[in-house]
Design a protein around this ligand. Structure first.
Ligand code: G1P
Length: 295
């Protein structure tokens, strides 16, 4: 895999309130909920870093400082681990802040994904940049999903969004794309977009998943697109305006998505990841063979 030289920044909108996980997220950001032994956000950050990004930009909000702290160094903890001779854990903890340069900017109010991305303009306005929505944890055997999108951008120019086919019953949960014929394996030109359409209005079953490589000109469109679905500023609406002027590709990415945006999806992700690790698989199997708890 060639290392990308063009997309060095990745923006993470993490300002949401996490209401689907209350009360667990009353004081803890949903991005810091564990998926096995790591917070959900760390999967997305590792994907960005292994896709060649060297700057990570968090668009945060109230009660989100633990995300910044997680990616900062923790001298006391490191020192204690060293003194206890726990060099494996020491190395693991020490390398977290060294993965990239971490920056953050506040989204003062949760006004939607489009508004969150616009808050990152001051740090992302000089080049094409990635966006990762960390609720969508991507597992891919070969190339990280963001890197797949970057390679489409490097080959064809323009912006790129990740696409996945979803069932009719799910189109209203996503941004849905109308696309051209496939121009090469998995690559489509985006002709139109609708954010969270009713089933009968969806132009296709191709849904936007939480990975984007965008031209900084997106900020111009975000400033004028106005409120859309759910009375929020939608990134999809700005992209829809942008395609009138410049190319946006859709890429049917290779990999599996673990939707950690709901309790059910998070539980599914936790169990599936546990089943993929030998030492944890036995724990899940044993738990399933026990009598159901009477709660
Ligand atoms: C956002 C986007 C939507 C996209 C989805 C993917 O929606 O607005 O277009 O399909 O992420 O997860 P949200 O899930 O934030 O409501």
């Amino acid at each position: 895999m060639t290392r990308n030289e063009t997309v060095k920044k990745c923006l993470f909108p993490v300002g949401g309130l996490g209401t689907r996980f209350l009360p667990a997220t009353k004081e803890l950001p949903k991005e810091m909920l564990p998926l096995l032994d790591r917070p959900i956000i760390s999967y997305g950050v590792d994907e960005a870093v292994s896709s060649g990004c060297t700057s990570i930009i968090f668009v945060t909000g109230r009660n989100k400082t633990s995300i910044e702290d997680y990616f900062d160094s923790s001298g006391e903890l490191e020192q204690t681990l060293l003194e206890r001779g726990n060099s494996a854990l020491y190395e693991l903890i020490k390398e977290i802040p060294e993965k990239a340069q971490f920056m953050s900017v506040r989204q003062p109010r949760p006004l939607g994904l489009g508004h969150a991305v616009l808050c990152g303009e001051c740090l992302c306005s000089d080049s094409f940049f990635g966006i990762i929505l960390p609720d969508d944890v991507m597992v891919s055997e070969e190339e990280p999903v963001l890197s797949q999108l970057i390679h489409v951008h490097e080959k064809h120019g323009g912006s790129v969004i990740a696409l996945e086919r979803v069932g009719d019953e799910d189109v209203s949960r996503y941004g849905i794309a109308l696309v051209s014929e496939e121009i090469e394996e998995g690559v489509f030109r985006i002709l139109d977009l609708v954010e969270k359409p009713a089933r009968e209005n969806a132009p296709s079953n191709l849904a936007i998943m939480g990975r984007y490589v965008l031209s900084p000109r997106i900020f111009d469109y975000l400033k004028v697109s106005g409120k859309g679905a759910g009375n929020e500023y939608q990134l999809t609406d700005a992209l829809k305006m942008m395609i009138k002027k410049e190319t946006l590709w859709g890429y049917a990415y290779k990999g599996q998505r673990l939707d950690c945006g709901t309790l059910q999806g998070w539980l599914d992700a936790t169990v599936r990841l546990a089943l993929s690790r030998n030492e944890l698989r036995v724990v899940v199997e044993k738990a399933l063979s026990q009598d159901t708890l009477k709660t």
